[in-house]
Design a protein around this ligand. Structure first.
Ligand SMILES: [Zn+2]
Length: 65
């Protein structure tokens, strides 16, 4: 199943053996803990949303509206 970042809607595959590391690094990316330089990132707390409808990504729905 895929999970989706609540801040940027990026999708991750939670069957990935490195998913825990990927999620942690992605959460840190949104907090800018790891870097001192400015980036075009949304800052906030990530909520991982299960994306159990493969063709319903949310992003596409918003575009269609
Ligand atoms: Zn994100």
């Amino acid at each position: 199943m895929q999970i989706r970042c609540s801040l940027c809607n990026m999708l991750f595959d939670d069957s990935d053996e490195l998913i825990q590391e990927r999620k942690r690094r992605h959460e840190q990316w949104h907090r800018l803990d790891m870097t001192s330089y400015k980036r075009n990132a949304i800052i906030g707390d990530v909520v991982w949303i299960p994306n159990d409808a493969p063709r319903d990504t949310g992003i596409q729905n918003k575009i269609k509206k």
